[in-house]
Ligand binder design. Structure first.
Ligand code: ARG
Length: 604
């Protein structure tokens, strides 16, 4: 465990005091709360307690059987905890000291905290003074924003929000693919077939069409490739005509991308691109030369990474052209000089992991050679946040199709959003045709479905995107979470009065309510797990658990088999306590959805 909650801190302090009482004169009596915290685990079943301390490791030193140690320690701890009027009680079970928390007190303090803090619940200042850079989306100019860039966009956007919540200064970077030999091809194609095109609308699709045509025609006419190389050379040398075309392609593309980002609610702090680094590469290459790290291999200038079991990193090709990797080196060092970051994340597909290994290693070698101490090295603060494929299930054929940009069978993200919205609208009309502002709600649900689909599995795993599945209002989906949230909002509307600030937690003593309170309490831990693993998935699964737990309260039946309604006129006080619970769940689910980048409708 890395995130220490208040109960764990209290428990560990009690254990620290209990050891010398139970076992004076042994090395274990010197244990401190910090090391005890490090030993805590979770009981197999959450019903056994919130967390536990396994004592097996002390058996040898104390020459005592684990269950006896657990009992001894448990008794001493309970005395200490009782004297402090703590909410924690210990229970010895086998070789474990299990911690139980008084449910009513836990409910009181957790729910009061959430009511008081609202969406600030879980906010932390632990990232204060730390600048965290998150690079994501980074799609390519003059190519459609395809589903291939969906996962990076969604994961990165969420990580930006999560790190902000934890108090980091975050810079969300969109590093556009706006440089490279493909622009030579595009310029040639444009001159041959594009001059007459009206690019005021669907520019990207049209430019992409030119690009696809170029590849087709170049198969029979290799002359075209030669022209493309020449055009790119002109561009690199700053020739005004080529430069102007490139700028136009870039502006038109960016305009379209920004429309899609707005549709999805995606934000950045800095939109940049590879071209920005054009004048920053030579000084970096020079630094590598000075450090004695470059060599010439078949005319190309390379950084040898042989000792690291990696292929050499190409700085310059034999014809003098720089590469994708050269720009990444320059970009990393530029960002380091600019922000002196604590952490920089590159949210990029797993297929690029060798590339990032090379880049990070090359910078590491450079910093070593320059005598920069380890704690001052940029290379020690970067991470490739990789992720698997999105397999787009074609419902008609039932087959999974992959994307290929060159051949042109690409799934356009904008079409995906439109389809999601249309399907969401159908469902709303079926379920609740009286929904206000159906168009807006359908959009929110469509986006929610797409976004959450990316969190169905941990990021390293491939996922398959299936329309029926992602849009379902039941099951592990975005719409299910949104629906739960909307239902909570509707309960609050029905309650009509203000959410009470005082309530009797005894009414929340049921097993179902306790589970909800535990999951609310654990929301900050889910945030930490998400940040620590660079994976919003942890928030997503936590919200699913919380929603499922709440739905058990919501759907519970009384002895006569009738739904035990949350709001009941005959039980004013019980209703009050339950409404507090409802408000707290609504707050946490709403905030969790925000952190994932999912809009939360009030009604659906
Ligand atoms: N534009 C690249 C692509 O679409 C991704 C860029 C990733 N980021 C980086 N720093 N190399 O494949």
């Amino acid at each position: 465990m890395s995130f220490k909650d208040n109960y764990q801190a209290e428990f560990a302090r009690a254990a620290e005091k209990a050891f010398p009482v139970a076992y004076p004169d042994t090395p274990s009596s010197n244990l401190n709360a910090e090391s005890i915290f490090g030993m805590l685990g979770l009981p197999k079943d959450h019903k056994m307690g919130r967390f536990c301390l396994p004592v097996f490791r002390f058996a040898k030193e104390l020459k005592t059987k684990p269950p006896e140690i657990a009992q001894e320690l448990c008794d001493a701890m309970n005395d200490i905890l009782a004297a402090e009027s703590s909410d924690i009680r210990c229970e010895a079970v086998g070789g474990f000291v299990n911690a139980r928390i008084d449910p009513a007190n836990m409910a009181r303090s957790t729910l009061s905290d959430i009511l008081e803090q609202g969406e600030r619940f879980g906010l932390s200042d632990e990232g204060k003074g730390q600048t965290t850079l998150v690079e994501y989306s980074s799609c390519n100019i003059a190519k459609p924003f395809g589903i291939g860039h969906l996962r990076t966009t969604i994961i990165g956007n969420s990580l930006r929000l999560i790190f902000q919540k934890l108090g980091h200064t975050v810079v969300g970077i969109n590093y556009l693919g706006d440089w490279g030999t493909q622009f030579g091809k595009l310029i040639v194609a444009y001159r041959l077939w594009g001059e007459g095109l009206d690019l005021t609308e669907n520019a990207v699709e049209k430019l992409y069409g030119l690009y696809v045509r170029f590849h087709k025609e170049a198969e029979d006419n290799p002359e075209l490739d030669e022209q493309a190389r020449e055009a790119f050379k002109q561009l690199e040398e700053g020739n005004a005509e080529e430069q102007k075309l490139w700028e136009r392609f870039r502006t038109l593309s960016l305009k379209e991308f920004e429309r899609i980002y707005a549709l999805m609610g995606i934000e950045f702090d800095w939109i940049t691109g590879e071209a920005f680094l054009n004048d920053k590469m030579e000084p970096v290459i020079e630094r590598f030369r000075k450090a004695g790290l470059t060599s010439i291999s078949r005319g190309a200038e390379v950084v040898d990474l042989h000792d690291e079991q990696l292929p050499p990193l190409l700085l310059r090709k034999a014809d003098g052209a720089t590469l994708y990797a050269t720009r990444d080196l320059a970009g990393l060092l530029y960002r380091w000089d600019t922000w002196y970051f604590s952490l920089m994340l590159y949210v990029v597909a797993t297929s690029q992991s060798d590339h990032f290994k090379q880049v990070f290693k090359a910078v590491d070698l450079l910093e070593q050679a320059e005598g920069i101490p380890e704690e001052e090295r940029a290379s020690a603060r970067v991470a490739h946040v990789d992720f698997g494929w999105v397999k787009f299930m074609d419902t008609a054929t039932g087959s999974a199709q992959m994307m290929s940009t060159r051949k042109g069978n690409i799934v356009f993200l904008e079409d995906v959003i439109a389809k999601a919205k249309a399907l969401a609208r159908e469902r709303i009309l079926q379920r609740n045709p009286d929904t206000e502002d159906i168009d807006k709600t359908a959009h929110m649900i469509g986006v929610g479905a797409i976004v959450f689909s990316q969190f169905m599995a941990k990021r390293q795993k491939d996922i398959s995107f299936d329309w029926d599945q992602v849009l379902s209002f039941e099951g592990e989906t975005g719409p299910y979470l949104q629906y739960t949230h909307a239902r909570l909002c509707s309960l609050l509307r029905h309650y009509e009065a203000e959410v009470p600030s005082a309530f009797d937690p005894a009414y929340l003593g049921g097993e179902e309510e306790q589970r909800v309170v535990e999951l609310l309490y654990d929301f900050p831990r889910a945030l930490h797990d998400a940040a620590g693993n660079f994976d919003p998935y942890y928030i997503g699964t936590h919200l699913l658990k919380l929603s499922a737990a709440f739905n058990k309260v919501y759907q519970r039946k009384d002895e006569q088999g009738k739904i035990d309604k949350i709001i009941s006129e005959d039980h004013a006080e019980r209703t009050q306590a339950r409404i507090v619970l409802v408000k707290a769940v609504q707050t946490v689910v709403g905030e969790g959805l925000r952190l994932l980048g999912i809009p939360a409708p009030q009604q659906m």
